[in-house]
Design a protein around this ligand. Structure first.
Ligand SMILES: *Cc1c(COP(=O)(O)O)cnc(C)c1O
Length: 397
């Protein structure tokens, strides 16, 4: 179809002009740290494999064993025949870690959010969402007919103003936030949000994709402040620190039962493959038995922020905002020349004017490599006087 191809080509040309086109690069992840791209071998600071578990022998063995027992694909939706025994075991393990009575595993984190939010909030309800919440929390909100209001990033007072004005007009209210913000690395003020939600009868849901395994002794951002979970709806992914694939919600038994009968992305999508469940259980064994390991990614990130005089890292994610998309692309290219993979992040993943380098630190990064990285960054990104510099890497340095 001529009009179809014209549409796609024009869109692509528009994105090219704005330096916002994205392309897939074949990336063979060799060991949880290094990546082969063509002939080059790059040390990655862009993987969310915070504990390097995706290549851990115990996870590989568990995945192979699960395949040997239950096959490769799940065969059907969990409500039909896709509910293999490893899913039950995985759910009870996640619930135990999160301190909730129950858990529901989904096909991915994205599918979890796209299913959970519209199951809980419908017409006549209110959704409050942090402006920097992950795209799939937004997708969940967009799938719901509830009225959605945005509050300024991590601004509990703004959320309170909105609730004071609006809460009375709605039956139920759901507040959505990341626990650890994926592109900024900062933590949500969960203690304050939990108090606010209690005062206004609002259901608090935190997406802890980047908290599980690395914050709160591995139990996630709801435990950053202590052993009591602050959040009744703890969502997360098995695709990051867990090193496998899949998503979950930990919550009360009635909430989880409701998900299992009503969440459309669970009901109408094939169950998580057995190998992923087996690997995730093996990862939980490691996380629960080695709290020191879970502390390491944050310590590595803090080494980096102290070397560069940046604000101290709160999570393994450290952003370096350069402003223009071209500047982020150029800075990333310069780091790649030095052997480091730091993927540039551009709008619409982040707000206009805040294109950035996003560094993700893992337990296995050597301190010497972080020191070399910091040197390379200092050379190629103009850090002074603020992080908001729009200066691209000077070619001459
Ligand atoms: C990666 C991510 C997701 C999606 O999880 P997948 O399992 O990769 O689909 C959800 N929320 C946040 C905050 C994320 O960073």
């Amino acid at each position: 179809m001529r009009s179809l191809d014209d549409f796609a080509s024009n869109k692509l040309a528009e994105l090219d002009r704005a330096s916002l086109r994205r392309t897939l690069v074949e990336s063979a992840r060799e060991d949880g740290l290094y990546i082969a791209r063509g002939r080059r071998r790059l040390l990655s600071f862009s993987c969310n494999d915070y504990l390097n578990l995706s290549h851990h022998p115990a996870l590989k063995a568990a995945a192979c064993q699960a395949i040997a027992l239950y096959g490769v694909g799940a065969g059907a939706s969990r409500l039909v025949t896709g509910n293999h025994p490893l899913l039950t075991e995985l759910e009870s393990r996640l619930a135990r870690l999160k301190g909730t009575p129950a858990c529901c595993v989904f096909g991915s984190g994205y599918l979890a959010n796209a299913g959970i939010v519209p199951t809980l909030a419908g017409s006549g309800d209110l959704i409050l969402i942090d402006e920097l919440a992950h795209a799939c929390l937004w997708a969940g909100a967009q799938l719901s007919p509830a009225k959605t209001l945005t509050f300024r990033h991590n601004d509990t007072a703004h959320a309170e103003d909105l609730l004071a004005r609006e809460r009375g007009q709605f039956r139920h209210a759901l507040l959505l936030t990341d626990g650890v913000f994926s592109m900024d690395g900062d933590l949500a003020p969960l203690r304050d949000l939990a108090a606010l939600c209690a005062a206004f009868d609002v259901w608090l849901m935190a997406d802890d994709a980047h908290g599980l395994g690395v914050i709160g002794n591995g139990r996630g951002s709801a435990f950053a402040a202590g052993p009591e979970a602050l959040v009744p709806l703890q969502m997360g992914t098995l695709s990051k620190a867990i090193g496998a694939y899949g998503g979950y919600l930990c919550a009360s038994a009635p909430v989880i039962d409701l998900m299992k009968t009503r969440a459309r992305t669970l009901v109408y999508s094939t169950g998580l493959p057995p190998a992923m469940a087996g690997a995730a259980i093996a990862a939980l064994d490691i996380i629960e038995s080695d709290p020191e390991l879970t502390k390491r990614p944050l310590a590595k990130a803090r080494l980096f922020t102290s070397l560069l005089g940046l604000q101290e890292a709160q999570s393994p994610i450290v952003p370096l905002i350069v402003g223009a998309p071209e500047a982020a692309l150029e800075a990333s290219r310069r780091l790649e020349e030095k052997g480091f993979l730091v993927t540039p992040i551009r709008p619409p993943t982040v707000p206009e004017g805040t294109a950035r380098l996003r560094f993700a630190f893992t337990a296995g990064h050597a301190d010497e490599d972080i020191i070399r990285l910091a040197d390379a960054v200092r050379r190629c990104a103009d850090l002074a006087p603020t992080r908001q510099s729009e200066t691209p890497c000077p070619r001459s340095s």
